[in-house]
Design a protein around this ligand. Structure first.
Ligand code: CA
Ligand code: CA
Ligand code: CA
Ligand code: CA
Length: 378
């Protein structure tokens, strides 16, 4: 089936936009690949993936949200971890090859943080929303074996209607680890996790109610802010400090640009330094990705589309994504990993997977070019 993207966005575009946009052609997405034209290139830059993961085991809409874990000593042993929302987690190496799957329920969104104090140890944690239990599933990374150890979920039942989006936050000014989930009915629930006694305990320290479904969420550890994607509205920002009385501020509205078409889905942060970088959002309604300044006032810098290379199809209808600034073996300028909602091999739609994109390709496609800082450690 062909979807003419300009038609779906036409209703949102005012007449004034017509005078600045050349409508001599349109984007077409057919069953095998995207056909992109010059007129679109003037609005959306076009990038191709450089690698992709093994397909997920389940059909239909199953892959959802990735995170990237960096090995502390041997970066070649770093992992891409993706949710399969019908089964659990899939763990891939940096080539995208599946190392193993962990069947622990309907995991939806996943995030990672480093250096969590667990008794006498310091561990890296991977935490996901688990819709089978309506709570959190917590794992610690086993760096030696490139695997995840399930620390259970029984103590982390949520009080919201249905857990959905998720992010971890570890503010640099403190020792707290926060786990923040959002729900299909717009509830936000913030947990504080503590491992000092050798077993992870959690307490709910804040609730907030948004007006409708939220999923994408990311926390800036340096600045101490949470960004929440309200799928049909835009992006909200609020302090991660649960004691803060500041109300969330909407920094992006989907009505701000004709390039934004609901749903707004995954969110991730590119760190170019402690203060500089970008907020990246999956704009599911027109198969694109929008980039905003990480710094206030979070200016919109432009959008890109991930189109097919000679060997790998592009990404469409992306749910979750994660970006990593640090250099990795094979990826000296960092990577963006995105879920591909329609995965095609030789023109045939197969189970979903995740696409890997070179950050520098994205950065160089913008005018002026975006920052590339693979040396910044965090
Ligand atoms: Ca989906
Ligand atoms: Ca969603
Ligand atoms: Ca695709
Ligand atoms: Ca999703």
């Amino acid at each position: 089936m062909k979807i003419r993207l300009w038609m779906t966005s036409f209703g949102l575009i005012g007449a004034s936009f017509l005078t600045t946009f050349i409508w001599n052609s349109c984007v077409e997405v057919n069953s095998s690949e995207q056909v992109l034209t010059d007129s679109v290139a003037s609005t959306f830059s076009i990038i191709s993936p450089i690698a992709q993961t093994t397909i997920v085991a389940n059909g239909d809409d199953a892959a959802d949200d990735p995170c990237i874990w960096i090995h502390p000593l041997d970066k070649s042993k770093s992992l891409i971890i993706g949710t399969n929302k019908k089964n659990g987690l899939d763990v891939y190496d940096l080539n995208g090859d599946l190392l193993h799957s962990i069947s622990v329920g309907r995991l939806n969104n996943v995030d990672v943080r480093y250096g969590f104090v667990l008794g006498k140890d310091t561990v890296d944690l991977v935490v996901a929303t688990n819709r089978s239990y309506n709570g959190l599933s917590i794992f610690k990374v086993d760096p030696k074996n490139q695997t995840l150890i399930d620390l259970g979920n029984e103590d982390f039942k949520s009080e919201v209607g249905e857990v959905y989006g998720f992010a971890l936050g570890q503010p640099k000014m403190g020792s707290e680890l926060y786990a923040v989930l959002v729900s299909k009915t717009g509830e936000m629930e913030q947990w504080r996790l503590n491992g000092s006694e050798g077993k992870i305990t959690g307490e709910i320290v804040r609730n907030y109610q948004f007006s409708s479904i939220c999923e994408g969420i990311v926390i800036d550890d340096f600045t101490g802010f949470i960004y929440v994607g309200q799928e049909e509205q835009g992006i909200w920002k609020l302090p991660v400090d649960p004691k803060s009385k500041e109300e969330p501020v909407r920094i992006v509205s989907l009505s701000d640009s004709p390039n934004f078409t609901a749903d707004l889905e995954g969110l991730s942060l590119y760190y170019a330094s402690e203060t500089e970088g970008y907020l990246i959002a999956s704009i599911q309604g027109n198969n694109s990705y929008a980039i905003f300044e990480r710094q206030v006032p979070h200016a919109y810098l432009g959008s890109f589309i991930v189109s097919a290379s000679s060997s790998i199809d592009g990404s469409e209808e992306t749910d979750g994504l994660d970006v990593e600034n640090r250099a990795l073996p094979g990826y000296p300028n960092g990577i963006l990993v995105v879920q591909d909602g329609h995965n095609h091999v030789n023109g045939k739609e197969v189970n979903q997977n995740f696409k890997i994109i070179d950050w520098k390709e994205i950065a160089d496609s913008f005018t002026p070019k975006l920052k590339v800082n693979p040396q910044f450690e965090r």
